[in-house]
Design a binder for this molecule. Sequence first.
Ligand SMILES: Nc1ncnc2c1ncn2[C@@H]1O[C@H](COP(=O)(O)OP(=O)(O)OP(=O)(O)O)[C@@H](O)[C@H]1O
Length: 382
Amino acid sequence: MEEVLNEQVVLDGKRVLVTLDSAAGVLQWRGERDGQLILQNDLIGFCSSESGICLYTFRMTKSSSYCGKGLPGRKRKDMVVEFSNDGARRLWCDSLQRILDKAGRPKRLLVLVNPFGGRKTGRKVFSASVEPLLKAAGITYTVKETQFQRHALDLAKESDLSQLDGIVCVSGDGVLVEVLNGLLERSDWERAIKMPIGIIPAGTGNGLAKSVLDHVGEPCDAASATFLVIRGQTQPLDVATAKQSNVKFHSILMLTWGLVADVDIESERLRWMGALRLDVYTLIRISNLRKYNGQLYYIPAPGYEGTGTPLNEEFARTTLMTSGEANSDSSLQKHGDPGSLQKNFSEWREMEGPFILIWLNNVPFVSESVNAAPNAKTDIWT
Ligand SMILES: Nc1ncnc2c1ncn2[C@@H]1O[C@H](COP(=O)(O)OP(=O)(O)OP(=O)(O)O)[C@@H](O)[C@H]1O
C-alpha cells in the first residue's frame, strides 16, 4: 500500500512535522529543524517502544572516523521520534517496516569470520563494526569462525541454504573464494550459486571488497561493507573456472601465474606486516626477477586484436580441443557457456614466453590500493 503519512512529533527534542512517503521511501521533517532520510540508503533499522521510535541511521558524511580525517564515510546516529498517540506510532512502524521489506533486505545470514586473515583482526572487525550494525538492522545471524584452510569451503558445501538469505565473509578474498568453491561443488550448485555472498574487508589485500564498494561509491571499510549487506544490494560477478592437473577451482578475483602468484604465496611469512607485505615482497621479487617459460593462447578483447600472433586455425582447433581440457570438459562448461567462444578458432592468438607474470583480473582492484584493471567488467557473462 503506497501512502503518505504526516504527523506532528518531537524529533530529538525538537517539534517538527514529519512526512513519510512510502512510494519514494523518503522521511522528511520540517519545523524547529529540517532534514530528510532516504530510507534504503540511510537507515540501518529501527526499534519501537512505548515512548516512540528510535531510528538507527548511517548516513554519508564528508568526514568520518571510519575512514580518517576529511574523507567521506558513513556515520552512525540514532534519532528518537516521540508520538503524541500510540495508534500513530504503530501505524508509522508498520509503514517503515513495509518500506524496508520492499527493498529485499536479508533477514537470516551465516557469518564466517576468519580469525587468521590479514593481521588476524577478523574477530575484532566483527565485534566492533559488523555485529552492532546487524543487531540494529534486526537481522538474525549465525557466526562461525573458520578453523583451518578450506573450512569455509566445507561450511558452504554443507549449509542448509534454504534457511539463509546470504553468506557473509569477514575475511580476505581467500575465504570468500572458498565459499564460492563450496557452493559450486554442491550437487544443487545451480541454485546454490544464486546465494548472495557478502564480503567485509578483514584480510590482507581486500581487492574484492574494494572493487565492490568502489563500484557503488562507498568507502572501503568494514562498516560500509556491512551496511551494503544489510541493504541487500547485490551485484553479479563472473566466475572463472581453471583446471591444473586434476584439480579444478573457481575464481572471481583473479588468476595469476609468475610474479604476482609468487608474491602472494611467498610473502606469507611477512603476514604480520598486513597489506604492506605485498608491496615489500613485490620489491624483493622485482629486484630478483624470475622468468617463466610457457605459451598463452587467448582471444583478444575488442581493440586488442593486434596483440600476439594469430594461431593457425587448424592448429587452434586441434591444440585447443586436445590440450585445453577446459574446452571439452563438460563439467567445467556446465557453470556457464563462455565455451561457445572457443568455437571461433580464427580469433585465437598466441603469446610465447618467457613471461614475468600473467595476471587475469576479473575485478578492478587486486588490493585496496592497487587498481590493476580499471576497465574490468565484473559481469560480462550475466
Ligand atoms: N583458523 C585458521 N587458521 C589458519 N588458516 C585459516 C584459518 N581460517 C581460514 N584460514 C585460511 O586463511 C587463508 C587466508 O584467508 P583470508 O583470505 O581471509 O585472508 P588474507 O590475509 O586476505 O589472505 P589472502 O591474502 O591470502 O587472501 C585462507 O586460505 C583460509 O583458508
